[in-house]
Design a protein. Structure first.
Length: 108
């Protein structure tokens, strides 16, 4: 398993398109259907929306942050593994308050 730097991963994620091989893992499918009203939302977000943040979690696993397409106070997170052949495995997805990214407390 190759270890990807943040710089390498960012380059890969910024160049994804519909030809990128993405494996949707069972865990991702289950959580995606439980957590999101539109289970295909991740596709549009991943391929078309601006990446707001990236965090390295393991050698080849990254947490990606995108603005939620339909909830103004939420971000959408995708946990993705980059494989040695540059294909990707979607591990899970979830929403989070934008205050976790911006540091602005919405209660002030």
């Amino acid at each position: 398993m190759k270890e990807y730097s943040l710089k390498e991963a960012l380059k890969i994620f910024c160049n994804v398109d519909e030809s990128t091989i993405v494996h949707v893992k069972f865990h991702f499918q289950v959580n995606n259907h439980k957590r999101h009203s539109n289970p295909n939302m991740w596709t549009k977000v991943f391929f078309k929306h601006e990446l707001l943040g990236i965090m390295k979690q393991e050698e080849n696993k990254f947490k990606l942050c995108y603005k939620h397409p339909s909830k103004n106070q939420k971000d959408l997170y995708l946990i993705i593994v980059i494989n040695d052949d540059n294909s990707m495995d979607l591990i899970t997805t979830y929403e989070g308050n934008i205050s976790r990214r911006t540091g602005i407390n919405e209660w002030r």
